[in-house]
Design a protein around this ligand. Structure first.
Ligand code: PLP
Length: 446
C-alpha cells in the first residue's frame, strides 16, 4: 500500500513543531505565554488581555510598539523595493541610514557596516579587528579579550568572548586564543547602587595582567558591554571604562563597545559611549535601531579603521565579509523612521529625565523580603532574588510566569535576576505600575 501523503494531511496548529529559543520548551508548551498584538506600551494576548511591556520586548522596542510612522515606512518600502543585492549593489536608504547613525555616534566613528542581528554585529566587529591588524602588517594580533558575565550573542565569536558558562559549555572548544577580564560586579561593595558603582574601576587593570601574560603584540581587541545587560544589569564602575580605554591605547589594542542593548537611548544617550565620555574604536548595535520592528544590526567603526582597508586594487573588495540581508531595504526604512521618532519625541532625553524617578521606584523594592540587590542605570533595573535552596533560577522563572499570567506585566529573567527595561515612552504612572506589580509578584514567590 502506498504511504499516505503526510504533506497533504491537515497540519494541526499545535505547539510542537516550533523549537522555542532560549526557553524551557516543555514548561512553555504546558503553559504558553502567547502574544498576538501590541500597541505602544502594551502587548495583547490572543484573548485580548493587555500586558504592560516592562522589557521593551527583548530590550529592543525603545520607541514603543507598532508606532504608526515605523509601520507606514515599512509598508511603503515593501511596495517600493523588496530587495536589492547587498554585495556590489546598494540602495539609497542604506547610505542615508549609515550617515544618520554616524552622525549620532561619537567622535570619528563614522563608518557603518550593516548586518541583521547583535550576534552578527559582534562577529563582524571581531573579524574587522583581526583583519585591521592584518592589513596593517600586525598579523600576530589575533587574541580577543572578552569579560566574564559578558553577553555578545550566540555566534561562535560571541560565545567565545562572552562569559556565560551555560552559553559556552555545550559548544566545544569555541574560538582559540580568547581570554577574559573579570566581571565588574561585587555585591559586597556595590549592593543597592543607583547608577555606576564607586567600587571597581581597578578591575580594568586586569587587562595589564593579560597583556603581561600574552604580550600586546598578540592581542587584537577587547570587547565589553558598557553596561552588561543580559547577566542582570551590571553598570560599569565609575572610571572603569576610561581605564580600559587608556590601557588599550597604551598597547595598540582596539576597544569594542557592544552597544546592542545600550545603543539608542537605553542609558539616556544615543550610545553609552557618550554617557561615559569614552570613545571606543568600534560600536556594535542592533535592536533599538529599528525599535525591534525589522531585524537589523551593525558595526560603527572609526574612520581610520575603514581607511586602513582602502588600499590594494580598486576592483577587489577590501573586506571579505557581509550578509545577503545587510542593509535590507525594509530594515533601512524602519531604521530611518525610528531615528526620526527618537529625534522628534526626544526619547533619549526622556530616558535621561526619567532616570531618577525610575531608580527611586526600583529601589522602593529594597525592603521586599528575598530581594538581595537592586541595580539601576538609565531606564534599566536588575533585581536579584534569593534562590530556592534546591533550584537556582526557579524563583525568577515563577516570577516571570506570574507577572505575565496574573499581573499583566512582562519582565525578563536571567538566572535569579529580574530585569526591567521598558520602552522609552513609558509614562511616570506606568513606572509606578511596573514596580507595584513586580513587588506583588516577588512577595508571591517568596
Ligand atoms: C550586548 C549584546 N550583544 C549581542 C546580543 C545579540 O543580539 P541578537 O540576539 O540580535 O543576536 C545581545 C542580545 O541581547 C546583547 O545584549
Amino acid at each position: 500500500m502506498a504511504e499516505p501523503n503526510r504533506r497533504s494531511a491537515a497540519v494541526p496548529n499545535d505547539l510542537e513543531a516550533f523549537w522555542v529559543p532560549f526557553t524551557p520548551n516543555r514548561a512553555f508548551k504546558r503553559a504558553p505565554r502567547l502574544i498576538a498584538s501590541a500597541k505602544d506600551m502594551h502587548y495583547y494576548t490572543p484573548e485580548g488581555r493587555a500586558v504592560l511591556d516592562g522589557t521593551a520586548g527583548l530590550w529592543c522596542t525603545n520607541a514603543g510598539h507598532n508606532r504608526a510612522p515605523i509601520v507606514e515606512a515599512i509598508k511603503r518600502q515593501a511596495e517600493e523595493l523588496d530587495y536589492a543585492p547587498a554585495f556590489q549593489f546598494a540602495h539609497p536608504k542604506s547610505f542615508e541610514l549609515a550617515s544618520r547613525i554616524a552622525a549620532l555616534a561619537p567622535a570619528d566613528l563614522d563608518r557603518v557596516f550593516f548586518c541583521n542581528s547583535g550576534s552578527e554585529a559582534v562577529d563582524t566587529a571581531l573579524k574587522i579587528a583581526l583583519a585591521y591588524h592584518n592589513v596593517r602588517g600586525q598579523a600576530s594580533r589575533t587574541r580577543l579579550i572578552g569579560r566574564e558575565r559578558g553577553y555578545h550573542g550566540v555566534g561562535f565569536g560571541g560565545i567565545s568572548v562572552g562569559g556565560i558558562v551555560a552559553n559556552r559549555k555545550h559548544f566545544g572548544t569555541l574560538l582559540a586564543g580568547v581570554d577574559h577580564l573579570p566581571a565588574t560586579y561585587n555585591r559586597e561593595h556595590q549592593a543597592f547602587t543607583k547608577g555606576e558603582p564607586d567600587w571597581g574601576a581597578h578591575l580594568a587593570d586586569d587587562l595589564e595582567r593579560l597583556v603581561a601574560l600574552h604580550d600586546a603584540s598578540t592581542i587584537a581587541a577587547v570587547i565589553v558591554e558598557p553596561m552588561a545587560g543580559s547577566t542582570g544589569v551590571l553598570p560599569p564602575p565609575k572610571g572603569y571604562l576610561e581605564r580600559l580605554r587608556a590601557i588599550c591605547d597604551r598597547h595598540g589594542i582596539l576597544l569594542i563597545f557592544d552597544e546592542v542593548i545600550t545603543g539608542f537611548g537605553r542609558l539616556g544617550y544615543a550610545f553609552a559611549a557618550e554617557r561615559y565620555g569614552v570613545t571606543p574604536d568600534m560600536i556594535t548595535f542592533a535592536k533599538g535601531i529599528t525599535s525591534g520592528a525589522v531585524p537589523m544590526g551593525g558595526v560603527i567603526a572609526r574612520e581610520g579603521i575603514y581607511d586602513a582597508f582602502m588600499r590594494g586594487p580598486e576592483h577587489v573588495a577590501e573586506l571579505f565579509h557581509g550578509y545577503t540581508y545587510s542593509a535590507h531595504p525594509l530594515a533601512c526604512a524602519a531604521g530611518l523612521a525610528t531615528l526620526d521618532l527618537y529625534r522628534d519625541e526626544k526619547l533619549f532625553d526622556r530616558a535621561k529625565t526619567l532616570e531618577p524617578q525610575w531608580a527611586d521606584a526600583a529601589m522602593s523594592l529594597k525592603s521586599v523580603p528575598g530581594v538581595l540587590d537592586i541595580r539601576t542605570v538609565g531606564l534599566t533595573a536588575g533585581i536579584d532574588l534569593a534562590s530556592r535552596p534546591d533550584a537556582f533560577g526557579k524563583r525568577a522563572y515563577e516570577a516571570m510566569e506570574r507577572s505575565f499570567h496574573d499581573e499583566g506585566v512582562m519582565i525578563r529573567i536571567t538566572g535569579e535576576t529580574l530585569a526591567l527595561t521598558p520602552p522609552l515612552i513609558v509614562s511616570e504612572a506606568q513606572i509606578g505600575e511596573i514596580f507595584d506589580k513586580v513587588a506583588r509578584v516577588i512577595k508571591a514567590v517568596m
